[in-house]
Write a protein of this length. Structure first.
Length: 413
């Protein structure tokens, strides 16, 4: 069985999830390859896609985004219309896959209409909501995808037949011809897919994202702090993501007032705040405590050290298909505080390895962070529970075996 993964990136959050599945499959002896646009690793089984010339690709990307930016509302999330041909079909055919696993491919990687020409069973891992919306990657509470898209709140204007309705119809016309199975990494996004008009008639499975628990493992906090030059005598509150403080969906606007509340509590002299995925701004916000910016951490070792150094990891995202920073933190023995919503509900066990706050209440977010900090002072049980959850639920081979069984079943059927 020859497995081929298609993914736009290799080093984004979605790209890391795709690469981890690929590595897990290799580890259990499967014949797996990945075809990516942006290759970062030295793995020979990860192949750089032969797209159009770099200059033409960049020009098309700029034109598409210039076109979109004129139509996106102020608080719109990422939006992809997927209109440019990829010229990938020949390269895919040469690799002769028996089954293709799609990952994050919606942003000008492989065109919607090209999928029907693959003539291969497809498994689509939901890195976000794009496969069943009219173009948005996260719906921001809009439920139009349940019926059909149009008059999109993330687009400027109020026409029913807008860009989202055009993209939605292109998907509807194409998806009906696909031999397609859908996999959600969390119960939440799987349920969204089942209720969507585009995927409601498809088989939808739930298989958690994975990580290498040998790479992401606890390091003595004092050692991790020494390496990262973080204070030894503070309770460290960690927060991080790509564009950590700029991406509205990551929830920094909710964490900020929660931290200010904690800084006015009895813990005020004991806490410090640590951020990765963002550099120190010219005019940093006063959070009421010392703040340390680690910048962008791209390698697993640096990330594992950051998680191990922390007393608590806070993932205040508004929406996540899964939430890999939470599972990574747990694997390093660090309790996690998040909102009791979307993909994070599958990762954090309330009051066992972290705290799930009422969505999206700042008071309860602050209460959860304080609860973890106070419990961490008293005993080590939260850290032990965190590591135990990661080993039992997110181990690399576990996800790989689930996917391999699914691929075999699809091909045998």
């Amino acid at each position: 069985m020859r497995i081929l993964h298609l993914a736009k990136h290799e080093n984004s959050g979605a790209g890391r999830a795709a690469l981890r599945l690929h590595q897990g499959l290799l580890k259990i002896g499967a014949n797996s390859q990945a075809l990516v646009d942006e290759k970062k690793s030295a793995l020979r089984s990860v192949i750089k896609a032969k797209l159009r010339s770099a200059r033409l690709t960049e020009l098309e990307y700029l034109l598409v985004n210039k076109f979109l930016n004129k139509r996106l509302a102020e608080k719109a999330d990422f939006f992809s219309i997927n209109i440019t041909p990829s010229l990938l079909l020949g390269q895919i055919k040469d690799l002769q896959p028996d089954i293709i696993n799609l990952h994050w491919v919606g942003s000008e990687f492989i065109r919607i209409e090209e999928l029907r020409k693959l003539n291969t069973p497809l498994v689509w891992t939901l890195q976000d909501m794009w496969p069943f919306t009219g173009g948005c990657h996260y719906n921001q509470g809009c439920q139009k995808y349940v019926h059909s898209c149009g008059n999109c709140p993330q687009l400027v204007g109020d026409k029913q037949h807008d860009l989202s309705s055009v993209v939605w119809q292109r998907k509807a016309d194409t998806w009906k011809d696909l031999n397609l199975t859908v996999v959600g990494p969390s119960s939440w996004i799987s349920q969204c897919a089942r209720t969507s008009a585009l995927l409601k008639d498809r088989r939808v499975e739930t298989i958690s994202f994975t990580l290498d628990t040998d790479l992401y493992r606890p390091t003595e906090p004092s050692v991790a702090r020494q390496v990262l030059r973080l204070p030894q005598d503070k309770l460290l509150i960690l927060f991080g993501a790509l564009r950590a403080t700029d991406d509205y969906r990551k929830g920094f606007h909710l964490l900020q007032p929660a931290l200010q509340k904690i800084s006015q509590s009895k813990l005020s002299d004991q806490i410090a705040f640590v951020v990765f995925g963002s550099s120190k701004p010219e005019n940093p916000v006063d959070l009421g405590c010392d703040t340390y910016y680690l910048g962008h951490l791209y390698d697993d070792l640096s990330l594992a050290l950051a998680y191990s150094a922390a007393t608590v990891m806070v993932v205040p995202s508004v929406q996540e298909s899964f939430g890999q920073t939470a599972s990574e933190a747990l694997a390093c023995g660090t309790p996690v505080v998040a909102f009791n919503a979307t993909g994070l509900m599958d990762i954090v066990d309330h009051c066992k390895n972290g705290y799930l706050a009422t969505p999206y209440e700042i008071e309860d977010l602050a209460r959860g962070i304080t609860w973890v900090l106070e419990n961490s002072i008293q005993n080590n049980q939260l850290r032990l529970n965190a590591r135990d959850k990661a080993e039992k639920a997110f181990a690399l081979e576990l996800q790989a075996h689930h996917y391999k069984a699914l691929y075999s079943e699809i091909l045998n059927r």
